[in-house]
Ligand binder design. Structure first.
Ligand code: PLP
Length: 387
């Protein structure tokens, strides 16, 4: 059966070039990068090359890049590593749980937390950030692009507010890296998280940019790896892969290669809106990363549509999470003002570098048919339709 994957915000396939770059570091070049002999020097050089590449993607210098196990660790390292008991932290209601839950945990060490709302487009208002500042505010953590809607936040404005207030600023750029240009200096952030598997490197590798001179308390205690910011023997194959993926992402961004992705995403989005009645795009009127569209299908249970499409070979997702046996609507869509049943009827389509026009045509042939079938079975839609 033909299988088309439009769930690249969940994870991306490792690109063949990336896999080839990491391959020698499993068997032939296996040394511990901390060893002083030949084997160690060989892998140390590979790690430092990759650090340059990641720094190049972010507009940083190599010594500001700390390798981690992924986005969740980078977010936790930034938040726990920059905040002390008694501090105040500002975040937003649409953050990934890696940030939201890490911030909530701070309340247990007597920190105060402000969780800012977003408007209907899914945007944080920088003035809300300014108004939320308190004398003991230590950190602002607001994401660069949302994983469910792709909506890009005004991070440069927030960076300016943080600078004026002399407050630290962390941004979760896990869903931005490789999709839109990132320049840590323009953003004015002190810390920025990325994750390999969202940008065509493997799962289990990520990085945290930490601005030079920013004091970061490590999460792990152990050796002096990563300039004492992240103890533990480096994942050399993963790091090499992240470096290669960063080089490839930078080259594509420099060539505006992502325009192809925008064209494919827009074709999919417009095609669905034109062919299927009762549809709308969540976050439509805001700037979005090129690969994501989040579409609401009135009268449809999102999970049922995901399953129906999967049975026909198309992989997409809902932002919903299953908690204690019940399907919770997406906290992001609820924060944008959707009713729970509207949030539950929304589906995320996310494209990747491997996505072709034929994949989009496949999706456009399938989605209207599956939606129509589910609506025939849906008393909810029949009721709404007859009103
Ligand atoms: N932050 C965002 C915005 C994400 O989308 C994700 C993953 O979905 C993460 C953080 C966590 O990254 P990882 O899966 O590498 O731990």
């Amino acid at each position: 059966m033909r299988r088309i994957y439009l769930d690249n915000n969940a994870t991306t396939p490792t690109l063949p070039e990336v896999f080839e770059a990491m391959r020698p570091y499993f068997v032939e070049q296996f040394g511990n990068a901390s060893s002083i002999h030949h084997h160690g020097q060989e892998t140390r050089a590979a790690v430092e090359n990759a650090r340059e590449s990641v720094a190049g993607l972010l507009g940083a210098t190599a010594s500001e890049v700390v390798f981690t196990s992924g986005g969740t660790e980078s977010d936790n390292l930034a938040i726990a590593g920059l905040v002390k008991a008694g501090n105040h932290v500002i975040t937003s209601s649409i953050e990934h749980h890696a940030v939201l839950h890490a911030c909530k945990h701070l309340e247990e060490i007597d920190c105060d937390l402000t969780v800012l709302p977003v408007d209907r487009r899914g945007l944080v208002d920088p003035d809300d950030v300014r108004r939320a500042l308190r004398p003991h505010t230590r950190l602002i953590s607001i994401m660069m692009a949302n994983n469910e809607t792709g909506v890009v936040q005004p991070v440069e404005d927030i960076g300016r507010i943080a600078a004026e207030a002399r407050v630290l600023f962390h941004t979760d750029a896990v869903q931005s890296a490789g999709k839109i240009p990132i320049d840590v200096k323009r953003i004015g952030c002190h810390a920025l998280s990325i994750s390999g598997h969202k940008m065509h490197a493997p799962q289990g590798i990520g990085a945290l940019y930490v601005r030079k001179g920013t004091k970061l308390e490590p999460l792990f205690h152990g050796g002096r790896h990563e300039r004492s910011r992240r103890a533990g023997t480096e994942n050399v194959p993963g790091i090499v892969a992240l470096g290669k993926a960063a080089d490839m992402a930078k080259a594509a961004l420099d060539r505006s290669h992502n325009e192809k992705l925008v064209a494919l995403r827009d074709k999919l989005e417009r095609g669905i809106l034109a062919q299927v009645e009762g549809t709308s795009v969540n976050g439509e009127n805001a700037a979005r990363v090129p690969n994501t569209t989040n579409i609401r299908f009135e009268g449809i249970e999102g999970e049922s549509l995901v399953i129906a499409l999967d049975l026909k070979g198309l992989a997409v997702s809902t932002g919903a999470a299953c908690s204690s046996g019940a399907i919770e609507p997406s906290h992001v869509l609820i924060a944008m003002g959707l009713q729970p049943d509207q949030a539950r009827s929304s589906i995320r389509f996310s494209l990747g570098k491997q996505t072709t026009e034929a994949d989009i045509d496949f999706a456009l042939a399938l989605v209207p048919e599956c939606v129509a079938r589910l609506r025939e079975l849906s008393p909810r839609y029949a009721r709404a339709g007859s009103m």
